[in-house]
Design a protein around this ligand. Structure first.
Ligand SMILES: *[C@@H]1O[C@H](CO)[C@@H](O)[C@H](O)[C@H]1NC(C)=O
Ligand SMILES: *[C@@H]1O[C@H](CO)[C@@H](O)[C@H](O)[C@H]1NC(C)=O
Ligand SMILES: *[C@@H]1O[C@H](CO)[C@@H](O)[C@H](O)[C@H]1NC(C)=O
Ligand SMILES: *[C@@H]1O[C@H](CO)[C@@H](O)[C@H](O)[C@H]1NC(C)=O
Ligand SMILES: *[C@@H]1O[C@H](CO)[C@@H](O)[C@H](O)[C@H]1NC(C)=O
Ligand SMILES: *[C@@H]1O[C@H](CO)[C@@H](O)[C@H](O)[C@H]1NC(C)=O
Ligand SMILES: *[C@@H]1O[C@H](CO)[C@@H](O)[C@H](O)[C@H]1NC(C)=O
Ligand SMILES: *[C@@H]1O[C@H](CO)[C@@H](O)[C@H](O)[C@H]1NC(C)=O
Ligand SMILES: *[C@@H]1O[C@H](CO)[C@@H](O)[C@H](O)[C@H]1NC(C)=O
Length: 720
């Protein structure tokens, strides 16, 4: 009620102050008003003022009198994208993502936006053909049309987008071939600036044209999975040395895999599963950064386990189900340093299974169902899942063991814990914030990771690093991120439910919703490296009032207003009294408690815990700025590890506290420490600049202080 009153009060004031005076370019005003007329649920500020740039309208950004950006992600818009949009000729950025109510075909006039740099229509319900005219957007660098209902062919004209960096057409109903250039028409082979070809989950057909790839390309993600592509893998693919994720799975590809595929030494994920490949198993020797490989459901020649099974140093996941492996599985496979999952069900492995005496501690799952294994030697302790059901050995010696049971207790996938909230419950349309334990309306949606380098979903560290990168990079309160129920869906994407909670109160305002929607749709937000490429689809956000409908009559407004004025006046009185009281109390506490400014779980109105500038650093960034953690950069050490001096490219100097193996904290403790440090501000403590929680490292980055306080501040863990 209170908040509602204050907002109403401010709203009334606002409406009075902004006397109508048109400042925005007439053409732009006309265009925006026409769009406002065809769209439902435009932000309320669009009705309060006549001048989009002057007032301004939420989601509209102007340079002088011209509209340069229109950002309306997750606004609940309904309607069509009409030709009026083409009148906004100074537009640089158009983001209408996650408005499921936007339908119908795209207007060809979109092609008139000759200055457009970013076009994001992901997660709407647009249909029909992708207009040829989009090829006229010569400044475009980011094009996301994924998760709509587009049909027809990929227009060859997109090949004219010579500045394009991101091309996402995934999850539509596109058909026909992948267009390449001819002497008279453009094609996608001309996109030499592109790093991302995301065409997955369509019905593209025909073969992958050899002309598509060349050594001039700099693609890092080639996602063609889930289409109707046929023919062979073109030999030109191996010319694209930059590629990191190659997904060709779930197509109708045939023939042999090119024998020099292993020239692509930057690949992290290779997925060729569910095709009709024949010939020898591909030789992946030398793919030293390969984390994840899936070759399931093909028709490769029968063969013994290839040598690369045991020598790929980064392998976390090896999958080849319904294959033709035979002979003995080498025990060395189980001591690859990072191996987490080996899934080789329905092959013809026979003989003895010997997992060796050096089983990798990370190994969680070995699925060898339906092979011909006749005996098992377990020389060292292995407590995780081993499935042998359907092997001769289960008929005899091991029949009563766990390994031969269908049900084995898998570790529970991670979900953000609400244990500290003591079972508190919320009204059905709200959720409990893991940070404040208050009920609120979070910003929610689904994250889809299209090529994570791991398979194991119970790892607290992995998911804590995701939570932390989300609150840091999206500028939210520490701990205000909830991740629930991660699982690999039928397309083999890791799907995670995301909820982001507002820093204060129950709601995010419109600008915050739009900002977060944009940062997640234009990839400003980057997850930790092991999560790989992602996309996000938001749920509609329940803005206050949007679920009530019906506007209020004048009499009711006046009544409420009077009530509000009285309430506001008495609240101001109360607030002044409270502040005076609090000041007095703080003065008393401040003497005895050095961390008085830290407000536990943000309930204290005085200390809403914002991350004051602390940021996320990648491992590579810190390695670089500390000169590869060189000895000459060492400025201290202790039981926890070493402290390095780091210099960033902009000249900023920092101290990096790097935990050594053995003194690492659990993910929970590290997360808690960061949440705590980011809230603590005290003149005798060096400020936390940021942290790194990646690639098995835990590092804290502090402001650099030449002498004195540094040592004390860095020499221990901070506890209150
Ligand atoms: C605004 O437009 C002018 C040219 O009209 C340009 O020079 C300037 O950089 C623009 N400002 C911003 C913030 O985009
Ligand atoms: C896409 O179109 C199909 C029918 O062609 C319809 O059933 C489906 O609901 C549409 N999806 C969206 C997101 O609009
Ligand atoms: C825009 O694209 C269409 C179709 O690709 C083309 O016919 C037209 O000439 C282009 N217009 C401009 C101004 O380039
Ligand atoms: C793609 O393949 C599926 C499965 O075979 C088939 O049902 C569908 O009709 C095909 N679509 C096109 C456009 O070829
Ligand atoms: C692949 O690597 C081999 C040996 O390193 C080399 O001879 C060959 O030319 C490479 N192929 C391509 C297409 O680069
Ligand atoms: C893989 O192949 C097996 C045997 O042909 C089949 O039963 C299974 O459904 C296939 N899986 C997929 C996802 O195509
Ligand atoms: C395992 O399979 C191979 C190839 O089919 C065969 O030559 C060999 O005799 C088999 N070994 C056992 C112990 O069954
Ligand atoms: C929306 O919320 C943010 C953060 O809480 C705040 O900085 C901003 O001023 C608010 N915007 C409006 C229009 O209320
Ligand atoms: C996302 O938008 C921001 C702001 O316009 C821009 O700086 C950034 O480069 C964009 N990200 C990508 C991946 O294009």
């Amino acid at each position: 009620m209170t908040i509602f009153c204050v907002l109403l009060f401010l709203g009334l004031l606002w409406a009075e102050i902004h006397v109508i005076s048109s400042f925005t370019d007439t053409q732009d005003v006309v265009a925006l008003r026409s769009l406002k007329d065809v769209w439902q649920n435009t932000p309320p500020s669009w009705d309060k003022a006549d001048d989009p740039c002057g007032a301004p309208w939420e989601g509209v950004t102007c340079n002088k009198s011209r509209v340069t950006s229109l950002g309306l992600s997750t606004m609940g818009l309904k309607g069509k994208l009409t030709g009026d949009i083409g009148q906004l000729t100074e537009l640089r950025s158009l983001d209408l993502s996650f408005n499921r109510g936007l339908t119908g075909p795209l207007s060809p006039q979109l092609g008139d936006l000759s200055n457009l740099n970013i076009l994001i229509l992901a997660g709407c319900s647009f249909g029909g053909n992708i207009p040829d005219e989009l090829g006229n957007l010569s400044e475009l660098s980011f094009l996301a049309l994924n998760s709509n209902n587009f049909t027809g062919k990929i227009p060859p004209s997109l090949g004219k987008l010579s500045k394009l960096y991101w091309l996402d057409l995934a999850d539509n109903q596109l058909t026909g071939p992948i267009p390449v250039s001819t002497s008279t028409t453009p094609g996608l082979d001309l996109l030499l600036k592109a790093k991302h070809f995301h065409f997955n989950k369509n019905q593209l057909s025909g073969s992958i044209p050899p002309k598509l790839f060349s050594s001039e390309m700099i693609l890092i993600h080639i996602l063609f999975d889930g289409n109707n592509l046929s023919g062979t893998i073109p030999s030109t693919l191996v010319l694209v040395k930059s590629v990191e994720v190659l997904r060709l799975d779930r197509n109708f590809l045939t023939g042999e895999v090119p024998s020099d595929l292993n020239n692509l030494t930057n690949i992290n994920e290779l997925n060729l599963a569910h095709n009709k490949f024949t010939g020898p198993l591909p030789d992946l020797t030398g793919m030293d950064t390969l984390n994840y490989v899936d070759l399931s459901n093909n028709s490769f020649d029968a063969s013994d386990a290839p040598t690369w099974f045991t020598i790929l140093p980064s392998l976390t996941t090896l999958i080849m189900e319904f294959g033709s492996l035979q002979g003995t599985l080498p025990s060395k496979l189980f001591d690859i340093p990072q191996i987490q999952q080996v899934k080789l069900r329905n092959n013809a492995l026979n003989n003895t299974l010997d997992m060796g005496d050096n089983i990798c501690p990370q190994l969680q799952l070995v699925d060898l169902q339906d092979n011909e294994i006749s005996s098992v030697t377990l020389r060292s302790q292995y407590k995780n899942i081993l499935i042998l059901i359907g092997n001769p050995v289960c008929g005899t010696a091991l029949s009563n063991t766990n390994f031969c049971q269908l049900q084995q207790q898998a570790k529970q996938p991670y979900s953000t814990s609400l244990a500290s909230c003591g079972g508190k419950s919320c009204p059905p349309d709200q959720k409990l914030s893991p940070q404040s334990c208050e009920c609120a309306y979070p910003y929610e949606g689904t994250l889809y990771f299209r090529g994570p380098s791991f398979r194991e979903l119970s790892s607290v560290n992995t998911f804590h690093s995701l939570e932390m990168s989300l609150w840091v990079k999206l500028g939210l309160t520490p701990g205000s991120v909830s991740l629930q129920n991660p699982f690999f869906n039928s397309d083999d994407y890791l799907q995670v439910q995301l909820a982001l909670f507002p820093p204060m109160g129950q709601y995010f305002n419109r600008s915050e919703v739009q900002r977060i929607g944009f940062e997640l749709s234009n990839q400003t937000y980057k997850p930790p490296k092991e999560f790989g490429p992602y996309y996000f689809i938001a749920f509609p956000y329940p803005f206050p009032g949007s679920h009530k409908g019906a506007s209020l009559s004048k009499g009711v407004v006046i009544g409420i207003s009077i009530g509000c004025i009285i309430l506001v006046l008495s609240l101001i009185g109360l607030a002044i009294y409270a502040i005076l009281q609090k000041k007095r109390a703080e003065r008393a506490i401040g003497l005895s408690r050095p961390f008085a400014s830290w407000a536990p779980s943000g309930k204290d109105s005085g200390g809403a815990p914002q991350l004051k500038g602390a940021r996320w650093f990648s491992y590579d960034e810190l390695k670089k700025c500390s000169n590869n953690f060189s000895e000459s950069n060492e400025i201290g050490f202790g039981g926890y590890g070493k402290v390095y001096k780091g210099v960033f490219p902009d000249g900023k100097i920092v101290a990096i506290k790097r935990a050594q193996q053995g003194s690492m904290q659990g993910g929970v403790e590290f997360k808690t420490e960061i949440e705590l440090l980011s809230r603590v501000h005290h003149k005798n403590l060096v400020g936390l600049v940021g942290f790194c929680f990646e690639q098995g490292e835990q590092m804290l980055v502090y402001e650099f202080m030449p002498n004195g306080t540094l040592r004390e501040s860095l020499s221990g863990k901070f506890t209150v």
